[in-house]
Design a binder for this molecule. Structure first.
Ligand code: ADP
Ligand code: MG
Length: 307
């Protein structure tokens, strides 16, 4: 059985999304225990992850050092974070496997994801990346970026096009089926467009939950497990009449979606990914917290979305 496990920001950077390296190793150590549990129970696993805090830190470094070294475009920064985070996950998992006597190998695959250059998202950047800037800094940055007002200041907004397909999915599938734990599509993958036979990178950030769903379907995963920082998806989230969902059909989820229970920047893409996964042949999508990953796989935690 194959599962794609999507790790949210808190898996590596904690609730406060701190990109500090010691924090990333210590958080990932905790997450590694949950993954090891799945491996021990016979699952073949592909791991995907977000990269918000890490790519934000790299953007700052590009800006601070631009007079000394040429700044790299966003798609290259995406590739850099896949290497950085892949390394952290690989090492933490290997250490965990060794300590538990699990004999499994791990590989990170630099992953490109095809997007449509005519995607409406390119005309209307909505995805905030990098640090929060003051009004004066934002004024300066506006020459090169679209800036958006957020809590406490301004952030750079980049397009977030829909993922169409995963360039390396056959390699990832082959590795997973041979028992190797694969880390792929990090940060939603490196966005590329195809012109004839030529691929080239574009400056955008793909949603990691939607990219994880594409990968899960393309490799024929049985389960898409989205790990975040809440145990269950709720309706009326944060309100008095909040209600946790243990299970729901895709039709029910679509109805809740229409009613506005899942905001675009956070729970929305997870629910959309879960629905799309099932519609495209997946058996079960689960959304839960990292701590509850195995309990949810056994059916005793999380929100289960099914046909
Ligand atoms: P990740 O880094 O895992 O993608 P996000 O912050 O993007 O994390 O999404 C998870 C967050 O979504 C939760 O911490 C929660 O505050 C928020 N959220 C919004 N709507 C809901 C909902 N309906 N049910 C549960 N959580 C929700
Ligand atoms: Mg998110």
């Amino acid at each position: 059985m194959k599962a794609v496990v999507a790790l949210g920001g808190n898996a590596l950077t904690g609730k406060k999304r701190e990109a500090d390296i010691n924090k990333q190793f210590s958080e990932m150590k905790k997450t590694a225990g949950s993954i090891a549990r799945m491996i021990k129970n016979g699952w073949h696993i592909g791991i995907t992850h977000g990269n918000g805090p890490q790519v934000g830190a790299l953007m700052l470094q590009q800006k601070a050092a631009m007079d000394i070294v040429p700044p790299m475009p966003l798609h290259v920064l995406g590739a850099l974070t896949q290497g950085e985070i892949g390394y952290i996950i690989q090492q933490c998992l290997l250490n965990e496997f060794k300590s538990q006597g699990i004999e499994r190998e791990i590989a990170t695959v630099i992953t490109q994801v095809i997007v449509n250059e005519k995607d409406e998202a390119f005309k209307n950047p909505t995805k905030p990346v990098g640090p929060v800037y003051s009004s004066t800094e934002a004024e300066n940055l506006r020459k090169s970026y679209v800036m958006g007002k957020v809590e406490g200041g301004w952030r750079i907004l980049v397009p977030s096009p829909k993922p169409l397909s995963i360039v390396e999915s056959e390699i990832i599938k082959g590795l997973m089926e041979s028992g190797i734990v694969v880390i792929a599509a990090g940060g939603g993958g490196i966005p590329v467009v195809r012109k004839g036979n030529i691929l080239h990178g574009v400056d955008a950030v793909i949603d990691k939950d939607l990219a994880s769903q594409k990968l899960a379907n393309e490799i024929g995963a049985d389960v898409l497990l989205i790990l975040t920082d809440v145990e269950r998806v709720c309706i009326n989230y944060g309100r008095e009449n909040q209600e946790e969902l243990e299970e729901a059909s895709i039709e029910e989820m679509e109805e809740y979606m229409k009613e506005g229970h899942f905001p675009p920047g956070s729970m929305g893409p997870k629910v959309e990914a879960a629905i799309n996964f099932i519609k495209n042949g997946g058996k079960r999508a689960i959304i839960t917290s990292i701590e509850n990953a195995w309990k949810a796989m056994e059916g005793n935690a999380g929100t289960h979305i099914h046909r």
